[in-house]
Design a protein around this ligand. Structure first.
Ligand SMILES: Cc1cc2nc3c(=O)[nH]c(=O)nc-3n(C[C@H](O)[C@H](O)[C@H](O)COP(=O)(O)OP(=O)(O)OC[C@H]3O[C@@H](n4cnc5c(N)ncnc54)[C@H](O)[C@@H]3O)c2cc1C
Ligand SMILES: *[C@@H]1O[C@H](CO)[C@@H](O)[C@H](O)[C@H]1NC(C)=O
Ligand SMILES: *[C@@H]1O[C@H](CO)[C@@H](O)[C@H](O)[C@H]1NC(C)=O
Length: 513
């Protein structure tokens, strides 16, 4: 259609001349001049990654494309709640950083409010006693930290802030439509060689290199990596920094449960939810109208009504391709795509207990009625069977709600690497009326130096989000990977290679916003 072509090229040039063309919002006119838009897209998995991918794919490809999202279990994946008594409680991904801009954008777009904020109080348990207990007074905490660790505490905040500053660059790149073909390139675009080095070192090595003391790392840093990733300070430096940012103030959650974002995004993207498990994906080559050949992806799946298959132009895999997480067979690909990449997922068991805490278990002599600590972290010591213990607020906080002290029966959440035994529970709780246990294969077992991360691009038009978890696993990381995959899918479909893997974006975009 030559007339259409010249019209759209003309209008593009006119827009560029007028300076009103926003590369962040590429027009569909431009896209149409290269190739017809795709007709069918499959997304495998309806966690935050898959549903965010559906949302961003809709944004990139417009209203006509059909988007199917496959999910055999509950929408939300690792964002899930359990009901205890009258209320729901988060069992998986719980807190969101104030600078997680995609998550923030989602709730604004979907009109879901953040959960009401309640003050919290932290303590650190070494398996025998509480070695640190936060005071209600900021200055008391400040001087206690200063007394024990000198300026280590302030320096830590500065270090994390400098990493976060670089991390934030990704939002500008994505706004301008830039995408990356691998986790390494994405990290490099954000933080240069420094970020790649962080990926290759343990957090401990990185922090010792920055001059932090071993005592500070053991006493303060280890409890944070343990509560956030169930692992020691030997995780990679990048996920370690993400973990430390997760100890910032201003953390938030979604009112009614974080998984609401997933159902909201599915609805907003007008995609179809197919309640089925994808079993295999293969490439089919078909002759096209124009006389050449086109390849399509055949997605085979099993649902309640049996097995079936459908053909797609583009596929986005939004579940980890690892042992115990999914078993998808990829057939007919060259080079072959494995069902499982190397590397394991780490187990964290969430135990929710509705009961009365045994405060003496924590080695404190405070009476339970005065014990108002909400978050108990733990040091990396032999005696510690748990990663953390916290008094848990429901996903929706009624106006009249006040967090009860430890003398009341309330809901506690315990993270541990293994299920808690009957004896352990009886030690920790004076009594309990209900207990629910969720064993998660929660996030990667981080063991730097890092082998090669799985790619974002599995095949011509097949993309993989969860490679990003090997840098760090978090809701926002999945959302960033989802936007990246949607941009990649768009640019590769329309052969706009100038928007992929560009070097030095930070300097080039300086002054653009
Ligand atoms: C205990 C715990 C605490 C956490 N705390 C936090 C936190 O405080 N803050 C934070 O940001 N992050 C946290 N995380 C991490 C965060 O939850 C994850 O990084 C994020 O939810 C991953 O989302 P995802 O969509 O990429 O993957 P998932 O949520 O795992 O979604 C993948 C989906 O794919 C589906 N699936 C699997 N195989 C197939 C198949 N063959 N066909 C179709 N569908 C399939 C699965 O059923 C699943 O629903 C925590 C995780 C856990 C487990
Ligand atoms: C990370 O370490 C591995 C193995 O030691 C090495 O092969 C790789 O080049 C390193 N990568 C970076 C970016 O330093
Ligand atoms: C409470 O914990 C203490 C210290 O671990 C223990 O000695 C005691 O037996 C526990 N109480 C109950 C009722 O289990």
């Amino acid at each position: 259609m030559p007339t259409m072509m010249s019209f759209s090229t003309l209008s593009l040039r006119a827009l560029l001349l007028l300076g009103v063309w926003h590369p962040g919002r590429r027009s569909f006119i431009l896209a149409a001049s290269f190739q017809e838009p795709p007709k069918n897209i499959a997304v495998v998995g309806a966690g935050i990654g898959g549903t965010a991918a559906a949302y961003f794919l809709r944004q990139e490809f417009g209203p006509a494309v059909k988007i199917d999202v496959f999910e055999p279990d509950a929408v939300g994946g690792r964002l899930a709640t359990v009901k205890i008594g009258e209320h729901e409680y988060e069992t998986g991904g719980a807190v969101i950083h104030p600078l997680n801009l995609h998550m923030k954008h989602f709730i604004e777009k979907l009109g879901i409010p953040p959960r009401k904020d309640l003050p919290s109080k932290m303590a650190i348990f070494d398996g025998k006693e509480l070695v640190f207990e936060e005071s209600d007074w900021f200055f008391v905490n400040f001087f206690r930290m200063l007394w024990r660790y000198g300026f280590g505490f302030l320096r830590m905040q500065m270090w994390v802030e400098s990493i976060l500053d670089k991390f934030m660059r990704i939002y500008q790149y994505q706004q301008f439509g830039y995408s990356f073909s691998t986790v390494e390139r994405l990290l490099h675009a954000m933080g240069g060689d420094g970020f790649l080095t962080l990926m290759n070192q343990t957090l401990e090595e990185a922090m010792i290199g920055e001059g932090f003391s071993q005592v500070f790392i053991n006493d303060v840093i280890a409890p944070i990596t343990r509560v956030n990733y169930g692992q020691s300070v030997r995780v990679n430096g990048f996920v370690g920094a993400v973990s430390l940012a997760g100890a910032d103030s201003g953390l938030w959650a979604v009112d009614g449960g974080n998984k609401r974002v997933c159902t909201g995004l599915l609805y907003n993207s007008k995609s179809e939810l197919i309640p089925a498990r994808v079993t295999s994906i293969s490439v089919k080559v078909r002759p096209s109208k124009k006389g050449n050949t086109i390849s399509l992806y055949e997605v085979n799946y099993v649902g309640e009504s049996g097995s079936a298959h459908s053909l797609y132009d583009i596929v986005v895999i939004a579940t980890p391709l690892h042992q115990g997480k999914s078993d998808i067979v990829f057939s007919g690909f060259s080079p072959p795509i494995p069902s499982h990449y190397s590397g394991l997922y780490h187990q964290t068991v969430t135990t929710m207990v509705h009961g009365k805490l045994n405060v003496s278990y924590l080695g404190t002599s405070e009476p339970a009625s005065e014990f108002t600590v909400s978050d108990i972290l733990t040091t990396d010591s032999k005696g510690c069977a748990i990663n953390s213990l916290g008094s848990l607020d429901p996903v929706h906080i009624p106006d009249s709600y006040k967090r009860p002290s430890a003398s009341h029966t309330t809901v506690w959440k315990v993270f541990s690497p293994r299920p808690l035994s009957q004896e352990q529970l009886q030690q920790m709780f004076l009594s309990y009326s209900s207990m629910s246990e969720t064993p998660w294969l929660a996030y990667p077992a981080y063991r730097p130096p890092h082998r090669k991360t799985p790619p974002f691009i599995l095949h011509d038009r097949m993309y993989y989000l969860n490679a990003v978890e090997w840098a760090a696993s978090a809701m926002e990381m999945s959302a960033i990977a989802a936007r990246n995959a949607a941009l990649l899918a768009h640019h590769r479909w329309h052969e706009q290679v100038g928007k992929i893997d560009q070097e030095d974006l930070h300097t080039r975009l300086r002054g653009e916003l």
